[in-house]
Write a protein that binds this ligand. Structure first.
Ligand code: NAD
Length: 711
């Protein structure tokens, strides 16, 4: 417990002891902090001059909660653990008050719930996000919160994992008062003095019961309501069970049940997956060669070239983050169409209550349109989102080189073209970068930041900073066809299409994948994105895929027939609005093509469908890692979870491979390589890295030196 004075300050005056946490960056409740808290709490208890204790923070956050690093090392159980600290607060004979400024998340809110009173600043955010890590709040959250704010609000908070703000916290009784930031400490001290003058300065949760006319009925209804979205998850039902205990048992017994539930969940693959992704998000912003002293460039003015699907979404993203945006198009008509759609987006958002009409007006007024490169010459960041065609990109980047100011970042949203070629159209390839947004760009969180051969490190640093500001998740990748996400998508789609030739139907393939947890199956996804999108990409890659005459032939036939997916009302399915309807025509088309290509049709079982779609995708991930296109397996996972609907509770494809065992992946790749004849030989060759790790019994995470959990 060395140096605890560096993480906590203790100060007693006029009968109030203030324990101030100050452990950068977020006052994590690690062992050191827990020891310090209990030590100073004891000091306050032992000091006869002290009548009340206030727990506060010197940082801009109250506390981010548990130190998740301890989940790896196992020291979360070391005494005093968080439930011990909470009990000590609750059993303290003196009144304890939490002053919450900024965030109080997870364990931090649980600590505050054990206090007699809570006061907060109006901008405070309080939440129990444990469910997002496949866990339940294990330090009293499921027992104390329903007692304090009532069953319905508590269930909503625990099951959503979303934080609530200071004002809402006041209205539901989570906090007893809110203050403005500059007066918070003074007002909290005054609040404490008033409490001390009152008749009952102590207020233990143990004396409270959950009041609700029909807790069992409410929890059953709640469970039924969330079932469709949480079908595959274990944590939600375990949370509900724990909340039920709060309704039926005294606090001390409920706490024991809660702890058992927490310990049980901690061991599940889903919680491992949740923690894997949690750490993955913290790792992905570390890019070799980009150092802290690479000062990010200032980005104030943004320009977007092309007002199509992506350009509009990108413009909206930057506008919502407070940037001024200039949109450039080729004709006045297209420009006006683009600007109008942006305007309509903000009007719709305002009518749905996402922001008030004043804000919608301000955001809309921050976008201007132009047909001239002169008007974007002063932009700090220019993002090209024009047609996916090298000649078009060339025209644009030659002009950007001529007009853009020195130091401007020149970004392309290309999804498949060679960024290094694009960079060569300028005399400043070090300023060129890929910003691969996903559609709809203003909704999807993922941003593949594509680092070209010559991209300067400070541009990467700037991109990561900007990405955070526009609320995106930046994953830095290298240049290759499709970068990381779309390159892994290629074998996945290839198998999805080939399985139709061999006898499966789109519905069978999609059902298997959706039951596995994918947000959408391959064929539904292709129909949504547009069958033409993939077909055009293949047209540009004929040489690379010529050795396989069956390569996505069903999809190519759909394209020729004008069955472009949802937008034309038919693709792999027929559509009634957005509802998919099976179309027997697809079996006919598949059978004809199978006959033509000499592919024999058979019954294909669900296991084969799953393995043939997933394992080549995972194998491609291994190749990408070997080539250094992705920096780490967890980056591939983030990309697939955030950009392609891979179930987060499985942790992403590479984590999933580690979970089921690399020898299993290798064995099944070899099985299909041997059993599918020439086709198997062509596409099921395991990557050397997969072979090496599987035969040495090493996980991919261990190979990339990811710290292993000790639990
Ligand atoms: P789109 O066809 O909807 O829009 C392209 C727009 O660019 C059109 O409005 C067109 O008029 C304009 N344009 C064409 N040439 C131009 C030029 N020389 N100067 C200015 N504007 C020009 O296409 P999109 O789907 O928005 O795709 C744009 C880019 O984003 C492509 O590179 C594509 O690969 C990439 N991308 C698309 C998606 C997607 O799902 N649509 C996802 C990721 C990346």
């Amino acid at each position: 417990m060395s140096n605890i004075t560096k993480i906590i300050n203790y100060h007693a005056i006029e009968g109030i002891a203030t324990i101030t946490m100050m452990s950068e960056p977020i006052n994590a409740l690690s062992l050191n902090m827990r020891q310090a808290l209990t030590k100073y709490l004891q000091r306050a208890i032992d000091d006869d001059q002290v009548e009340a204790v206030m727990i506060a923070s010197k940082l801009r956050v109250f506390s981010g909660g548990a130190d998740i690093e301890e989940f790896r090392t196992g020291s979360l159980w070391e005494k005093p653990n968080l439930p011990d600290v909470c009990l000590m607060i609750e059993n303290c004979k003196k009144t304890v008050i939490a002053l919450i400024e900024g965030h109080a998340m997870g364990g931090a809110l649980e600590l505050a719930l054990a206090c007699d009173y809570r006061v907060a600043t109006s901008d405070a955010l309080m939440g129990l996000p444990e469910i997002k890590l496949g866990l339940l709040p294990g330090a009293g959250g499921t027992q104390r919160l329903p007692r304090i704010i009532g069953l319905e609000s508590a269930t909503q908070m625990i099951l959503s994992g979303d934080p609530i703000s200071g004002h809402f916290a006041l209205s539901c009784g989570l906090v007893d008062a809110i203050y403005e930031n500059d007066q918070a400490l003074m007002m909290a001290q005054q609040f404490t003095k008033n409490i001390m003058l009152g008749e009952n300065p102590k207020r233990s949760c143990a004396d409270l019961i959950v009041t609700h006319p029909d807790p069992k009925g409410f929890l059953e209804d709640f469970s039924a309501k969330i079932e469709p979205k949480t079908r595959n998850l274990v944590a939600p039902q375990r949370c509900l069970k724990s909340i039920e205990a709060a309704c039926n048992l005294p606090l001390n017994e409920g706490l024991i049940k809660e702890m058992a539930g927490f310990a049980e969940l901690l061991k599940t693959p889903q919680s491992r997956a949740g923690r894997h992704l949690f750490f993955a998000e913290r790792e992905c912003i570390k890019v070799p060669g980009v150092r802290n002293d690479h000062q990010p460039r200032d980005i104030n003015k943004v320009a977007v070239i092309g007002a199509g699907t992506m350009g509009r979404g990108i413009a909206i993203t930057f506008l919502e983050a407070g940037y001024a945006v200039t949109l450039l198009e080729t004709t006045q008509d297209l420009l006006e169409q683009g600007l109008n759609q942006i305007l309509k987006h903000f009007q719709r958002a305002a009518s749905k209550g996402r922001f008030n009409s004043k804000k919608a007006e301000i955001l809309s007024s921050n976008v201007t349109g132009t047909l001239s490169y002169r008007d974007i010459a002063d932009a700090d960041l220019i993002i090209e989102a024009a047609f996916e065609n090298m000649d078009v990109k060339q025209q644009i980047f030659v002009k950007l080189d001529r007009y853009a100011k020195q130091g401007a970042i020149l970004a392309s949203n290309t999804s498949t073209l060679d960024l290094n070629e694009i960079a060569k159209f300028t005399s400043r390839p070090e300023d060129v970068i890929g910003f691969h947004f996903f559609s709809p760009a203003n909704v999807m969180r993922l941003l593949e930041v594509v680092q070209g051969a010559k991209t300067a490190p400070d541009i990467i640093a700037t991109s990561i900073k900007v990405a955070k500001k526009i609320k995106k998740l930046p994953v830095t990748v290298g240049v290759c066809f499709g970068f990381v996400g779309n390159r892994m998508l290629e074998p996945y789609f290839r198998e999805g299409s080939r399985l139709l030739l061999e006898g499966a139907t789109p519905k069978q393939v999609d059902n298997v994948l959706e039951n596995f947890g994918m947000v959408m199956g391959i064929h539904a996804m292709a129909d949504l994105a547009g069958v033409d999108v993939g077909a055009r990409v293949r047209q540009g890659r004929r040489n690379e895929i010529a050795h396989d005459p069956t390569y996505q032939v069903v999809q190519d036939r759909l394209f020729d027939l004008g069955r472009l997916g949802q937008k034309t009302g038919h693709g792999s399915y027929l559509y009634d609005g957005r509802t998919r309807i099976e179309d027997p025509e697809i079996v006919k088309i598949s059978t004809e093509l199978a006959d033509f290509h000499g592919v024999s049709r058979r019954h294909i079982d669900n296991t084969e469908i799953l393995e043939r779609c997933l394992f080549p995708l995972i194998n491609e991930g291994f190749l990408i890692l070997e080539e250094g296109i992705a920096l780490r397996p967890s980056d591939c996972d983030l990309i697939w979870v955030n950009g392609y609907g891979f179930p987060s509770w499985r942790g992403g494809p590479m984590h999933y491979a580690d979970e089921i065992g690399l020898n299993q992946v290798l064995e099944r790749m070899n099985h299909y390589r041997n059993s599918l004849g020439a086709y198997g030989e062509m596409w099921f060759k395991p990557s050397p890295l997969l072979e090496k790790l599987a035969t040495t019994d090493k996980t991919l995470a261990a190979h990339f030196d990811v710290k292993k959990e000790k639990l």
